[in-house]
Design a protein around this ligand. Structure first.
Ligand code: NOJ
Ligand code: MG
Length: 597
């Protein structure tokens, strides 16, 4: 009897699992769409829009953007449909690295305004239903932070707030020799001598950005208090800067090995060494978890982490796992790292790049897509203006959270900056011959609002970086008035992505060739969408049926198309045949599939 009952139970169990597996296959695994979430946290529902505070809007005419200037654009941001604003640093700073050198983690630099201006901005965004994320820069402070001044003097408890080391020795002329060969990301030794203390301090970036010592419990506590300070001010989360540099090995006497395929013969170039001792040390994850715990004391807060240039396995570690959740997501920079220019942009490359993220992402985690930021060239300059709309379509319609850098919605291009006008320390340190290879100024120029002087960015008579010459054609006002524009497409995409097939639908890639990439989003009970992209620089006529790995209907209705397509047959609303689709160079065409009766 007992046996029979056991067999019965086993049979029932097998039967139920079979049904379960079938259901999972029908609705698709979380990999081909996203796990069904009852309620989405805000960072899964919105676009994250990065504001570079110096360059969005200048309210006081000094030529540099400021908080009031950003507040004055709150309606624009709301109208754009982005949902979350990430503000690059606005803290007091000598601006050696344009705010990424912070002299007070809990203040506002007068260049940007006051704490009251900050609170107004937060209110302006919140009133419109937008979230606000701050830039959290934990790895280093400015050398003008009072902690550093006290640390130099060995004033307790600040003595060990930074990473200090004795010289390895002294050279023939009596100069102190750094403890090891470690290099700064911005070129040259990562060690700077302090006469007063007779020791070197470590700086992963500029000498004006001394690294904090995370082996010191007090430092950890101070930085958690920084998070609490801004959370208490009502911010909705943080983008965490340069996390991989947080720790270095404790034994400072070891040199890093020379990299075998670095592509540089300049021993002062960061790439010259293999950073085995200064990057991704295991202690980092413990500290990130401490920050997560701080955030989790508050409802609905987000943590996004900047991890650049690492192997995919290393990047994925920053998601954490179910028992140790860390960031909501580490930035996905693969579209920047793998696709450097137009010749890298092929259907196959896009597919591989997307798969690389999706296949390595831990189960149940959320993807994200970054096309550009204040550290990398403009999308239009890297891939060509004709590809701007297609790439926006791609990142806004894939499953996950897109991150847009201000100005990308109107297709701004890199601005030429002369050596005399160059501001970025990363450019300056390479000198007049090579600064253009490294300077980040070209993507940091003022936002182009209209065709008046200085593109409507300032009422003053100069700007901190020159405005791009193309502002008379490429500006927000012109694009709002135009029949078709990058901006209009962006806004339509931002609205469209709120529809169910994009929110929680499945994803498939029916046609992938050298020249064509396509993404399908679909959900039982809703219309299916198909985005087709011509990645090539020539016109392409394609028979999608011939290449497709799923069955496609004969025709579809055009929902959106790139501004470069002027054909009468693809005007939005037109019906097109999928067996003879014509796409102009770089074009994205978003279609609604017409299911046959
Ligand atoms: C990454 C930031 O994006 C970059 O602008 C900055 O220079 C470094 N971190 C150092 O903080
Ligand atoms: Mg100003």
């Amino acid at each position: 009897m007992a046996n029979k009952a056991a067999y019965g139970a086993l049979f029932a169990l097998l039967f139920l699992s079979a049904i379960f597996v079938t259901v999972i296959c029908i609705i698709g695994s979380p990999r081909d769409g996203l796990a069904h979430h009852e309620s989405f946290p805000f960072w899964q529902r919105t676009i994250v829009y990065q504001v570079y505070p110096r360059s969005l809007g200048d309210s006081d005419g000094d030529g540099a953007g400021d908080l009031r200037g950003i507040s004055s654009k709150a309606d624009y941001l709301h109208g754009l449909g982005v949902g979350t604003v990430w503000l690059s640093p606005v803290y007091p700073s000598p601006m050696a690295d344009f705010g990424y050198d912070i002299a007070d983690f809990v203040g506002i630099d007068p260049l940007f305004g006051t704490m009251a201006d900050f609170e107004e901005l937060r209110a302006a965004l919140h009133d419109r239903g937008l979230k606000l994320m701050m830039d959290f820069v934990p790895n280093h402070s400015s050398d003008e932070h009072q902690w550093f001044a006290k640390s130099k003097r060995r004033e307790e408890p600040y003595t060990d707030y930074y990473v200090w080391a004795d010289p390895k020795g002294f050279n023939e002329t009596g100069q102190p020799i750094p403890p090891n060969n470690w290099l700064s990301v911005f070129r040259g030794s990562a060690w700077t001598w302090v006469e007063e203390r007779q020791q070197f301090y470590y700086h992963q970036f500029l000498a004006k950005q001394p690294d904090l010592n995370y082996r010191n419990e007090r430092v950890r506590e101070e930085m958690k208090n920084v998070l609490r300070f801004w959370l208490d001010k009502g911010v909705d989360g943080f983008r965490v800067d340069a996390i991989t540099h947080l720790f270095e090995v404790q034994d400072l006497s070891q040199d890093e090995p020379v990299a075998s395929h670095s592509g540089t013969d300049d021993p002062l170039d960061y790439g010259y060494l293999n950073h085995t001792l200064t990057l991704n040390q295991p202690e980092t994850f413990t500290v990130v978890k401490e920050w997560r715990d701080v955030l989790d004391q508050y409802p609905d807060k987000a943590m996004i982490i900047e991890v650049f240039g690492e192997e995919i396995e290393e990047v994925m570690k920053y998601y954490g796992n179910d028992s140790v959740p860390l960031a909501d997501f580490p930035f996905n920079f693969l579209l920047i790292e793998h696709l450097r220019n137009r010749s890298d942009l092929t259907g196959f490359a896009l597919k591989d790049t997307i798969d690389l993220w999706m296949d390595n992402m831990p189960e149940g985690k959320w993807p994200n897509w970054v096309l550009g930021n204040h550290d990398y060239g403009r999308v239009a300059s890297r891939f060509g203006t004709d590809a701007v709309d297609a790439l926006n379509m791609l990142v806004l319609l894939l499953p996950g959270t897109p991150v847009t850098y201000n100005g990308e919605e109107i297709g701004m291009v890199n601005t030429f900056i002369s050596w005399e006008d160059t501001q970025d320390p990363q450019g300056c340190r390479y000198g007049p011959e090579h600064y253009q290879e490294f300077s980040r100024d070209p993507e940091r120029t003022p936002m182009q609002w209209d065709n008046t002087s200085f593109a409507g960015f300032t009422k003053g008579n100069s700007t901190w970086l020159p405005v791009n010459e193309n502002y008379k054609e490429v500006n927000v006002k012109a694009q709002l008035q135009a029949e078709e524009s990058h901006l209009k497409i962006y806004k339509e995409l931002a609205a469209l992505r709120k529809e169910e097939p994009f929110v929680r639908g499945h994803v498939a890639y029916p046609v992938v060739t050298f020249e064509i990439f396509s993404v399908m989003r679909y959900l039982e009970g809703y219309e299916s969408y198909l985005l087709v992209i011509n990645t090539s620089e020539g016109e392409v006529e394609v028979d999608l049926h011939h290449h497709s790995n799923v069955e496609l209907p004969p025709s579809a209705v055009v929902i959106l198309r790139s501004v470069t397509d002027t054909s009468n047959s693809t005007v939005p609303g037109s019906v097109v045949k999928l067996s003879e689709l014509i796409l102009v160079p770089g074009e994205g065409l978003l279609l609604n599939l017409i299911e046959e009766e």
